[in-house]
Design a protein around this ligand. Sequence first.
Ligand SMILES: Nc1ncnc2c1ncn2[C@@H]1O[C@H](COP(=O)(O)OP(=O)(O)OP(=O)(O)O)[C@@H](O)[C@H]1O
Ligand SMILES: [Mg+2]
Length: 310
Amino acid sequence: MTTAGPPAADRGAFAVWVRQLRKSYGSVEAVRGLSLAIPRGQIAALLGPNGAGKTTTLEIIEGLRTADSGEVLTLGVAPVAARRRVGVQLQESALYEDLTCAEALRLFGRLYGYQADATALLELVELGEMAGRRASDLSGGQKRRLQIALTLCNDPELVILDEPTTGLDPIGRRQTWEMIKSLHRQGRTVLLTTHYIEEADQLAEQVWIIDRGQVVAEGSPKELVAGLGAAAHVSVAAPESAELGRLPGVLTGEHREGRWELQTREVGSVLSGLAQALGEGALRDVSVRPPTLEDVFLERAGRPLARDRE
Ligand SMILES: Nc1ncnc2c1ncn2[C@@H]1O[C@H](COP(=O)(O)OP(=O)(O)OP(=O)(O)O)[C@@H](O)[C@H]1O
Ligand SMILES: [Mg+2]
């Protein structure tokens, strides 16, 4: 499914405006008619599995790669013309390992013609104590935070972060979320990519779910989940032979790793059906959770997002 895409009127008012974007690498069609429009001042996330076309799309928005076809406006102008107003954290970016944190920030600022306030930027990413430390001597999570500080040294209106939290532990991930929220409070637009459902859910005002080079769903996390018709997920340990997918009220049922995974809009009747089918004791190992963006991906893409995850 492709969405109709954003209206062309006022497209210059958006932080990012993309219509019918296409990009192939030889015979690989990485982006296949992708459209999106990100209002200024928002936190927006592209959520999708490996190879969905997220990085390719960002690189075109950043002016680092050219599209085969389609229209792209970054901060209302051609991406190349917007470069100085955009801060970019690439998915794989090398740091100048021999420079200290403060030196790296000042150097990057000068490259953009700015005098970066290294102290303030390091405070913002909670590396205030590390100004004199070489990048090579930082932990993985600290390096990632320094990279975020580097994206800010030209005081950008739009900050683009490609998988800012991949590989971080839960604490590092939460610290990064706080940092991203503070960029948002400063009035900047933030566009990020992620594989993590929870990250898109917690952080983004608008989410574009991308699969195989196309937008398969877009909206606020709440809207996307509500669009599923509030189907809940019930998981119960039971043998495949119990055939729980046939219980009244079950929309879809799948047996995986010793458990039945059931979607339903009638949790009460499914739980009483389970008690009847398996006995009351079986209900000790039942979990019920409300629908998430994971379920939205499953419905739209026809397979779980997690299966593609690293
Ligand atoms: N420079 C390149 N040359 C050839 N193929 C490429 C190149 N860059 C990306 N691709 C291919 O294009 C498709 C989209 O890749 P892209 O990096 O945009 O995906 P992604 O959504 O960012 O994935 P990930 O979540 O793994 O970072 C993939 O099939 C990938 O193998
Ligand atoms: Mg990528």
